[in-house]
Design a protein around this ligand. Structure first.
Ligand code: FAD
Ligand code: SF4
Length: 334
């Protein structure tokens, strides 16, 4: 498999990168680590005319504390996140999620957090070679009018398999998108569209610059299931956050449960999350109920397009959420 032809730009500043994006718009793609983008280009799924590299933009590579939040530059390597004491202690779910991405040799020294959030949705009917796809009618994501994963679907239900995005949504993260002459910050939970063809609510001339995680008394945890612990994408994963009440330390004031690899975006399950409000941190019955409720809600979004059977993935949601809740509760109590 060969890369298609493209022009390569290597801007030295963020302003230069934004100028280039603004002039090329839909013809351009940002190249961070390339571990998602170049694979898709080799498979002929994407043929951008221009790649704008972030290689020289060291200004987008940092982890720092500012105004009660952790700020992570979009080009920060996953390896830096994994080895950061700040992330380990105050945003544990993100550290646990990044540790699972790909394998140390391929991912940890190239993959970036921005690229992880913005990797395209996947589907085993679509993420195939050009030769494989040439034997099939094109589906919605390939420009056709059918879906192999859900027969009656009028849109694409490809799956977001980003470990990082699932953990970050559980942590209540915001992301900052810059464009020539301005920027906007959005809650990650509101960043997704309802169509897997273009899963992100962003414009082609916008560039992800920063991830912001609020720091609170809460503790977080991340669990995931994949065929092999290295290389494979998650077939289901869960990130959770538990905030203890300031008046009663053994009581949950606020919870966030996010399930990943089951829908077009990570799924923030508001009902299951709010069912834990006021519950004790050692109330395993309440955790079990919230985990089962998460399974019921997430199952409505999933289609059969990620390797394992749909039934198995749905059943495992409950397990992943329960384990993550137990782990976060233990961390609060420690
Ligand atoms: C074998 C293999 C296994 C993998 N396993 C996993 C896994 O288990 N879990 C997982 O989550 N991922 C996995 N991945 C996907 C990918 O490697 C990671 O998600 C990685 O973090 C992507 O980061 P990157 O910097 O290489 O992104 P790139 O490939 O450079 O970019 C990905 C997409 O984001 C866009 N982009 C990147 N940065 C920006 C920015 N700052 N602003 C605007 N657009 C941007 C690019 O244009 C591109 O469309 C795997 C990939 C491979 C090849
Ligand atoms: S979910 Fe359907 S439309 Fe989307 S990539 Fe898969 S087969 Fe194609």
């Amino acid at each position: 498999m060969r890369l298609p032809k493209f022009d390569y730009s290597d801007p030295e500043t963020l302003d230069q990168a934004l100028d280039l994006l603004d002039s090329h718009r839909d013809d351009a793609k940002i190249l961070a680590g390339g571990t998602d983008l170049l694979v898709r280009m080799k498979k002929g799924l994407l043929k951008p005319k221009v790649l704008i590299s972030l290689k020289a933009l060291n200004e987008l590579s940092y982890i720092k504390k500012q105004a009660g939040c952790i700020k992570i530059g979009a080009r920060t390597p996953l390896a830096d996140i994994i080895s950061s004491d700040m992330i380990q202690n105050e945003a544990k779910a993100l550290c646990q999620a990044c540790e699972k991405i790909g394998a140390a040799t391929i991912q940890h020294f190239r993959g970036t957090i921005g690229g992880n959030i913005l990797q395209d949705n996947r589907c085993h009917h679509y993420n195939q070679s050009e030769f494989f796809r040439s034997g099939h009618q094109a589906c919605h994501k390939a420009g056709g009018k059918i879906c192999y994963a859900r027969e009656e679907a009028d849109r694409c239900n490809s799956t977001c398999q980003s470990d990082g995005a699932t953990a970050l949504m559980a942590l209540g993260a915001d992301i900052t998108l810059a464009r020539k002459g301005g920027e906007r910050t959005v809650d990650l939970a509101s960043f997704y569209t309802t169509d897997g063809i273009n899963p992100f609510a962003m414009e082609s001339h916008e560039l992800l610059t920063e991830v912001t995680i609020p720091v609170t008394e809460a503790q977080s945890a991340y669990q995931r299931l994949a065929y092999r612990s290295a290389i494979d994408y998650p077939i289901v994963c869960a990130g959770v956050l538990l905030k203890p009440s300031s008046a009663q330390k053994d009581e949950i004031e606020n919870a966030r449960i996010v399930v990943g690899a089951m829908g077009r975006s990570p799924l923030f399950l508001t009902q299951a999350s709010s069912s834990l409000k006021g519950k004790k941190l050692n109330d395993t019955n309440a955790f079990k109920k919230a985990a089962d409720a998460s399974m019921n809600s997430a199952s409505a979004f999933a289609v059969h397009n990620v390797g394992a059977t749909l039934e198995y993935r749905c059943a495992m949601v409950s397990q992943m959420v329960f384990r993550a809740l137990e782990q976060a509760a233990a961390a609060v109590e420690a």
